[in-house]
Design a protein around this ligand. Structure first.
Ligand SMILES: C[S@@+](CC[C@H](N)C(=O)[O-])C[C@H]1O[C@@H](n2cnc3c(N)ncnc32)[C@H](O)[C@@H]1O
Length: 300
C-alpha cells in the first residue's frame, strides 16, 4: 500500500462512519473479516478496506451509504447512553473557555456515559491526564467500553468514587462537575485545583445555578461567568435558504470560575464586584459595616 492509499483510504483498525438515508449514521472499527449489519443490510468490512474516504457504498440489499471518517461531534452524538450526556455545542465552548488542550491535567465528575470524557481525552492528548470520578460501577463500565473502542483509555484514570470523599489529585489545571449538586463539593475542588485553575459546571435549572453562585463566592472563586448556548441550524438549500423548523432550546446553563486567593481585609471592593465575587447583598453589608465604623469613630 502506498502512503497516499494509507492516508486517503479506509484501513483495518480505522474508526469509520457509514452515513445512510435521513442522515442515519453508524460508527465502528474496521476489522479484517468483520461484517456490518443493520436493518439497512449487510456490508463486509473487507469491501470497505482500501476504499477512498467519501465514496458511496451499497449494502447487500442496495441501501446507500457514504464512507467517512467520523468527526468528534459525530462520535459524541453516537455515545452509548447510560445517562444524560453533554452535547458538542456545550463541549466545544467549555474546552476553549477552560483552556483545556494538550498536556493539561483535568478532573471531571461524573463520568456518566463518557461523552465529555471522550472530548477531554481527545483534547489533552498523550501528554495530559484525565481523572474521571463516578459513583455507579455499571455506568462507568459502559463509558470505559466506549472509550476503549476509541483507543483513548490510556489518557484516563477512571475512579469509582463519590466525590464527597474528595479528590486524590492536587494542582490540576481544571475541574469540571456534571453532577446535580456541584455546590456541595467546592471545598474539595479548591484543594485539587492549582492556584488560578479553572472550574466549570453544567446545570439544567436556574435554582441550582443560584446555589452554585453562592457557594463559589464562599469558596473564593472569581471571574464567574454564567451563559447558555443556542445553536440554530439552517436548511442548506440555496433557493429557499431559511432556519430549520425545529431547534433544541434549553440544554443547560454553563457556569465558569477561577480559583483565587483573597485577603478579604485588603481586597479592593470594586475589583471584587467586577470579578463577580461580591453582589448586592455583600455591598449592603459593606455599607452597613462602614456606616457603623464611621458612627463608632464619631462617638469616640
Ligand atoms: C449527567 S451524568 C454525566 C454525563 C457525562 N458528563 C457525559 O457527558 O456523558 C451525571 C453522572 O454523575 C454521577 N454522579 C452524581 N453524583 C456523583 C458524585 N457525588 N460523585 C461521583 N459521581 C456522581 C452520576 O452517577 C451520573 O452518572
Amino acid at each position: 500500500m502506498t502512503e497516499s492509499t494509507e492516508i486517503f483510504c479506509a484501513n483495518p483498525g480505522d474508526l469509520v462512519q457509514l452515513v445512510g438515508l435521513s442522515h442515519k449514521s453508524f460508527i465502528f472499527n474496521l476489522i479484517e473479516g468483520g461484517e456490518f449489519q443493520s436493518h439497512r443490510g449487510v456490508i463486509k468490512h473487507d469491501d470497505l478496506i482500501g476504499k477512498p474516504w467519501g465514496i458511496q457504498i451499497f449494502s447487500h440489499n442496495g441501501s446507500p451509504f457514504f464512507l467517512l471518517q467520523p468527526s468528534l461531534p459525530d462520535i459524541l452524538k453516537s455515545t452509548k447512553r447510560a445517562t444524560q450526556i453533554m452535547y458538542p455545542k456545550e463541549i466545544g465552548y467549555i474546552l476553549l473557555h477552560m483552556g483545556i488542550g494538550p498536556g493539561k491535567r483535568v478532573i471531571e465528575a461524573g463520568t456518566g456515559s463518557g461523552s465529555f470524557t471522550t472530548a477531554l481525552a481527545y483534547s489533552i492528548g498523550e501528554s495530559g491526564r484525565i481523572y474521571s470520578y463516578e459513583t455507579k460501577a455499571e455506568t462507568q463500565r459502559i463509558a470505559q467500553r466506549s472509550l476503549e473502542k476509541l483507543k483513548l483509555t490510556d489518557y484516563i484514570e477512571f475512579k469509582l468514587r463519590d466525590i464527597s470523599e474528595g479528590f486524590d489529585e492536587q494542582g490540576v489545571d481544571a475541574v469540571f462537575l456534571d453532577v446535580s449538586n456541584p455546590y456541595d463539593y467546592l471545598h474539595h475542588v479548591k484543594k485539587a485545583l492549582k492556584p488560578g485553575g479553572y472550574f466549570g459546571s453544567i446545570l439544567p435549572t436556574a435554582n441550582q445555578v443560584m446555589s452554585l453562585l453562592v457557594a463559589l463566592r464562599q469558596n473564593d472563586f472569581a471571574f464567574i461567568d454564567v451563559c447558555d448556548i443556542s445553536l440554530r441550524y439552517y436548511k442548506p438549500e440555496p433557493s429557499r435558504f431559511r432556519p430549520t423548523d425545529r431547534m433544541i432550546s434549553h440544554t443547560g446553563y454553563l457556569i465558569f470560575a477561577r480559583s483565587v486567593t483573597i485577603d478579604h481585609t485588603l481586597a479592593d471592593r470594586k475589583l471584587l464586584k467586577e470579578i463577580g465575587m461580591i453582589g448586592l447583598e455583600d455591598e449592603r453589608l459593606f455599607d452597613k459595616i462602614q456606616d457603623s465604623e464611621v458612627q463608632t469613630n464619631l462617638d469616640s
